[in-house]
Ligand binder design. Structure first.
Ligand SMILES: C[S@@+](CC[C@H](N)C(=O)[O-])C[C@H]1O[C@@H](n2cnc3c(N)ncnc32)[C@H](O)[C@@H]1O
Length: 452
């Protein structure tokens, strides 16, 4: 039985008096778990007295937005009436238990589970990244792999750290799925074994260093970059040149981090390029924006007749030249200094490779570059565009969504990861008659455009 209605009391929770502030506490605790907004608490207690909630101006929003706007809660007016029936308390408790069970197991456990998880991974993305970065600097993943799992005590001893901070780091890694915990033992996931261990050939640790030294420096200016449509994050880097690539020359340490990460990424992806894209009819390849030469090293190792040159900005081409000179295939490798928009392209090549390069530039510049390649190629020559691709319906994949803001905010202020259709269309507009798509692993793809 519900108690007979009592005179209503209006509590102004902004008033700051002791009852008001207790009410805020009690209501928040009860309302927040009811994230869908359609299950509302009607009974609650304040200082041992029972109250019924008559009206609240809390909007029926998710718990996240209510939690985030808690400052607003302070200003809400909540209408309540006192009730002293023990029955109402018992009734309220059992209703509350059922609601709580439903909320936890059905609404959050089933319907909202994916959304809630995704929200936390995005909302706390910087925290999870810092956790991952810290663990990788301790080389924790390599230790876990070598020892085939470790307890927390063993990890503390190995890393020379205290239990509490270790526990916090491990909680972040386990809850975000970077490692597993079975009983007291922490173990790597398969992915961690592959990409987070320093002894793995496919590790992405240099790419994590890039996130730390480059992305975290410039990306806080994403909002400004969207508003102004320019790479505002570049202001954080020394120099006055318009692109990150040019400014890196002022900071050899970060330039090395950058090229290490590019080459770590290239080592993984150019194997895909070499394995699945056919270069058997190509004699002389120029890798525009070829960085330190990782791509041409892989391709010339697979194709013993192939000659390869990097075409890159002077500071980078010089780095590449040093690295290539020491390679066993050195006589088939080389580097050309140049800016692809300002300088002439070599005219003695039958293939231009644009690997992870078109993403840097605006559609207009890509069209201009493809036309320049077309004009420099002989008949039968080709351009290979190799990149992560965006789906034609512009809904993903995640890799395209993660990669694009960097080009706007830091790199050049104009690029992004484009769709298959865009590349195909630009190649045809440049004059290439035969344009093929090659779908590849790791969200990658190649567009092979042949001049007739
Ligand atoms: C994202 S990295 C790609 C490296 C390599 N192609 C790969 O697949 O890993 C971009 C490269 O383009 C070069 N670059 C930037 N602007 C350039 C320009 N205008 N002309 C030639 N190279 C340029 C940079 O120096 C850098 O090496």
């Amino acid at each position: 039985m519900r108690p007979a209605p009592q005179p209503m009391v209006t509590a102004d929770t902004a008033s700051g008096n002791s009852v008001g502030s207790s009410i805020v506490g009690s209501i928040c605790q009860e309302i927040l778990p009811f994230s869908a907004g359609f299950l509302r608490p009607s009974y609650f207690s304040v200082d041992g007295k029972a109250f019924q909630l008559i009206q609240s101006s809390y909007p029926p929003e998710s718990s996240m937005s209510v939690a985030v706007t808690s400052a607003r809660l302070e200003r809400q007016k909540v209408r309540i009436r006192p009730t002293d029936s023990a029955q109402s308390n018992a009734f309220s408790r059992s209703v509350s238990r059922v609601r709580s069970w439903l909320q936890r197991n059905v609404i959050e456990g089933i319907f909202l589970r994916r959304q809630v998880e995704r929200f936390f991974l995005v909302f706390g993305g910087h925290i999870f990244f810092q956790t991952l970065e810290a663990a990788s600097r301790f080389d924790l993943f390599t230790h876990l792999k070598t020892e085939n799992g470790m307890t927390r005590d063993q990890i503390c001893e190995k890393l020379g750290i205290q239990d509490q901070p270790c526990r916090i780091m491990l909680l972040g890694l386990v809850s975000s799925g970077m490692i597993k915990k079975r009983g007291n033992v922490y173990k790597n996931t398969r992915m961690a074994n592959e990409v987070l261990c320093s002894d793995s050939q496919t590790n992405l640790l240099p790419y994590i260093a890039l996130q730390r030294h480059v992305m975290y420096k410039g990306m806080p200016k994403f909002y400004e970059s969207i508003k102004e449509y320019r790479n505002c994050g570049l202001d954080e880097f020394e120099g006055d040149e318009p692109t990150l690539y040019q400014r890196l020359a002022h900071d050899p340490e970060v330039e090395e981090v950058f090229h290490d990460s590019m080459s770590a990424l290239s080592v993984q992806t150019n194997k895909i390029l070499a394995d699945f894209v056919d270069f058997s009819s190509v004699k002389s390849l120029v890798d525009i924006g070829g960085g330190d030469g990782t791509n041409i090293i892989t391709l010339t190792s697979k194709y013993s007749h192939l000659r390869g040159r990097v075409f890159d900005l002077p500071s980078v081409a010089n780095l590449a030249r040093e690295q290539l000179a020491a390679h066993p295939n050195a006589e088939r490798l080389g580097a050309v200094n140049g800016n692809c928009f300002e300088d002439a392209l070599p005219t003695d090549a039958d293939c231009f490779l644009l690997a992870h390069f078109c993403t840097i530039w605006s559609p207009e510049k890509n069209k201009q570059l493809l036309k320049k390649c077309f004009d420099a190629l002989p008949s039968g020559g080709r351009v290979v565009i190799f990149n992560m691709m965006q789906d034609n319906d512009e809904t993903g994949p995640l890799s395209a969504a993660v990669g694009s803001p960097y080009f706007l905010t830091i790199a050049t202020g104009e690029g992004m990861l484009y769709t298959w259709n865009e590349y195909g269309q630009w190649a045809r507009e440049a004059g290439f008659a035969d344009v093929k798509q090659v779908k590849l692993p790791r969200d990658h793809g190649a567009i092979v455009a042949i001049k007739s």
